[in-house]
Design a protein around this ligand. Structure first.
Ligand SMILES: *Cc1c(COP(=O)(O)O)cnc(C)c1O
Length: 324
């Protein structure tokens, strides 16, 4: 029997990514909230990636990956399939690095997202998600145009870039007992593990998923990657049907536990962010704090890091979530 070992990213790669992102990505603020602290008798530290360029942490992984392209790759450009934050992050990074970008999006994607992606200068190609396979379309286009395909989370350079969020937080705030991180494909969570193990080995890393999209929790319990059917949840950044092949082994050896939250809890958390902290947070961005509050982990007296992963939400949809 042969064992295939994938070259997994390390903390050194996260540190290199941080160098590449210096003066390019924002060093996002860490907010405090007295109301939350009193309510849970803990000290919360909110790492606000909703205030990152392009509106989410995805900019870090995208820029880090494109910055490592060879001159030939740069010339042909980058291609990705995404309806969401990864598309905008790739489009902005490509513009900053002066390379062409092609984004494959479902034809029913939110008009605001398509417009934002085009405004960053990317070409958008649409497909019918009910009859066409985005991966096949992407592979065909990548071949035709010689473009490099960059997936949203299952890629060593993407993971290293996403790891700079936790690295930055752990440098801004020493001695955290817990770090709560949301997950979809698991790039942000895997990167967070690399940073925490190097900088704060006593900090427990907890993953948070929507209860309808708990493939990560199932995977940890089963000890192998579990794939689920396309899940229904308002957390559209966490609908990946499975963890990435590179992400899973890192998560498996570094994540204490994965907890889940309901869509109702996500809406309550978005409302809390708006009302108490005056920040706009998208449903997926509210996962980590919702998990800290509702995940059954006792936080009394603890110092708790929370990654607020993004703030891109259609305003009409956002208004409905706040009003419900
Ligand atoms: C993509 C995304 C996630 C999930 O990140 P993964 O690396 O796929 O686990 C979480 N929150 C937001 C806002 C995102 O855009």
């Amino acid at each position: 029997m042969s064992v295939v070992t994938l070259p997994l990213p390390t903390f050194e790669d996260v540190a290199d990514a941080a160098e590449r992102l210096k003066n390019v990505a924002h060093t996002t603020p860490v907010l405090r909230c007295g109301t939350a602290d009193r309510q849970y008798r803990a000290q919360f530290f909110f790492k606000c990636e909703n205030l990152q360029r392009s509106g989410s942490f995805k900019f870090r992984g995208a820029f880090n990956t494109l910055a490592r392209f060879t001159p030939e790759q740069r010339k042909a450009g980058v291609l990705t399939f995404s309806a969401g934050n990864h598309a905008q992050a790739i489009a902005l990074s490509a513009r900053l690095l002066d390379m062409p970008a092609l984004i494959v999006m479902p034809e029913d994607a939110a008009a605001s997202k398509m417009a934002a992606t085009r405004e960053y200068g990317a070409q958008v190609v649409t497909y019918n998600p009910r009859t066409e396979d985005r991966q096949a379309i992407s592979r065909k286009l990548a071949l035709e145009r010689g473009m490099t395909l960059v997936p949203p989370s299952d890629h060593a350079d993407v993971i290293a870039g996403q790891g700079t969020v936790a690295k930055e937080l752990l440098e801004q705030v020493p001695n955290l007992d817990y770090l709560f991180v949301c997950l979809g494909g698991g790039g942000l969570l895997a990167g967070s593990v690399l940073a925490a193990q190097a900088l704060a080995p006593n900090c427990q890393v907890i993953g948070v998923e929507p209860e309808n999209a708990n493939d990560g929790q199932q995977s940890l319990r089963k000890g192998e990657i579990v794939e689920i059917p396309y899940p229904t949840t308002i957390a559209d950044g966490a609908q990946a049907p499975s963890l990435g092949k590179l992400n899973f082994p890192i998560i498996q050896q570094g994540v204490e536990e994965i907890v889940t939250v309901s869509d109702l809890q996500l809406m309550q958390t978005m409302r809390f962010f708006a009302e108490r902290m005056k920040i706009v947070v998208e449903p997926t961005g509210a996962l980590a704090f919702a998990g800290a509050c509702n995940g059954g982990i006792s936080l009394g007296g603890k110092r708790v890091g929370v990654i607020v992963s993004g703030g891109n939400v259609d305003l009409k949809r956002y208004a409905r979530f706040l009003a419900d």
